[in-house]
Design a protein around this ligand. Structure first.
Ligand SMILES: NC(=O)c1ccc[n+]([C@@H]2O[C@H](COP(=O)([O-])OP(=O)(O)OC[C@H]3O[C@@H](n4cnc5c(N)ncnc54)[C@H](OP(=O)(O)O)[C@@H]3O)[C@@H](O)[C@H]2O)c1
Length: 329
């Protein structure tokens, strides 16, 4: 058992709030959903595997967080709903956003949690490297498509991007898709650095557009026993997924412990006055130098817009309108 892990102690209830969590059918996303559901929120499990999402929904409904007597879990729970979302398909991202915009009257919290790690080299149907699209580009587009709805749901809205300590080993490469220099680790590290840079640049653009009701956070959740290492046996050595899980189990966090920094950034009152920052162990942390660099953040934003065929207007409101048009294409 991990000897130290911080906990989100906020007693905030989320009655009347709607939360979208990507990749909420297992791991950290599922435990985040369990906590926020018991705080009274309407939770949207945005998942690609609907059977697994249904199983997760039943489990979340039946089982409380381990510290069920806490004040934040007293009172009625919220709702649980499933939407289909495959982040490795821009078509699916647009469809999911369209369904959310049509069916939900408000979105207060968007938790970009889904991720894949160190998978074999694969190109998506949209022509992007799989880890880049799943971890970063899919969330970039989803966020921008949902922003107008969040704007009308505010103030007090939050967007979270679940990154990783591994971002420390990442750089943003001219060839984002790493066509000629792919390694599973390099692609993962780049995608997780991109999560932090996106957070920083989005916060800057929101501020510049005087949109004050939406704060943006990125975070490292810790090192946790989840299904994230499912590709290790293919990309490191046969049996590596099991080997690392068994070897590291005693020092890994469990998923509930691993969800604490996500929950902190979602609800904590102190974090309400902060935006554009990176967190670990339920407090602000300093990411690597590239993640603090304004120019790298801006360049990545522009490069991503080019990949998505979005005209990168400095007028943010105008830019969001252009993005919204994508949904009808
Ligand atoms: N575990 C750690 O130690 C650790 C450390 C640092 C950062 N993180 C980050 O934490 C986040 C959650 O990871 P986890 O540890 O909870 O891993 P996990 O147990 O493998 O969960 C990942 C989730 O992402 C979903 N997902 C993967 N590809 C998707 C796609 N194309 N479209 C939609 N959903 C997709 C998975 O759905 P399926 O079940 O359908 O595949 C699953 O629900 C990730 O962003 C990861 O990078 C984890």
């Amino acid at each position: 058992m991990w000897s130290f892990h911080s906990e989100c102690t906020s007693e905030v209830r989320l009655v009347g709030k709607t939360v979208v969590i990507t990749g909420a059918n297992t791991g950290i996303g599922k435990e985040t959903a369990r906590d926020l559901y018991r705080r009274g929120a309407r939770i949207i499990l945005a998942c690609r595997n609907i059977q697994k999402a249904n199983d997760a929904l039943k489990d979340i409904k039946t089982n409380f967080p381990s510290k069920k007597d806490r004040k934040q879990f007293q009172g009625n729970p919220g709702d649980l709903v499933i939407y289909r979302l495959d982040l490795s398909s821009l078509k699916s991202v647009k469809e999911c956003a369209k369904n959310l915009l049509t069916n939900e009257s408000a979105i207060h919290l968007l938790i970009n949690n889904a991720g894949v790690m160190m998978c074999p080299q694969e190109t998506t149907e949209d022509g992007f490297e799989l880890q880049l699209q799943t971890n970063y580009i899919g969330h970039f587009l989803l966020t921008l498509l949902l922003l107008p709805k969040m704007q009308s749901s505010g103030p007090g809205c939050r967007i979270l991007n679940v990154s990783s300590l591994i971002h420390n080993y990442g750089a943003i490469h001219d060839d984002l898709n790493l066509k000629k220099s792919y390694t599973p680790f390099k692609a993962y590290a780049q995608s997780k650095l991109a999560n932090i840079l996106f957070t920083k640049e989005l916060a800057r653009r929101l501020k510049g557009a005087n949109i004050n009701g939406i704060n943006v956070y990125s975070l490292h959740p810790g090192v946790i026993t989840t299904e994230l290492g499912r590709h290790f046996s293919t990309t490191i050595f046969p049996g590596a997924s099991t080997f690392f899980r068994l070897l590291m189990q005693p020092v890994f966090k469990n998923s509930e412990q691993g969800a604490q920094t996500t929950i902190y950034c979602s609800v904590d009152e102190k974090a309400a006055d902060e935006t554009g920052l990176y967190y670990k162990e339920c407090r602000v942390a300093i990411p690597q130098w590239r993640a603090q660099n304004d120019q790298i953040a801006k360049d990545l934003w522009n490069q991503t817009c080019r990949l998505l065929h979005l005209e990168c207007d400095e007028n943010f409101a105008k830019f969001l309108k252009t993005v919204s048009c994508q949904i009808t294409e």
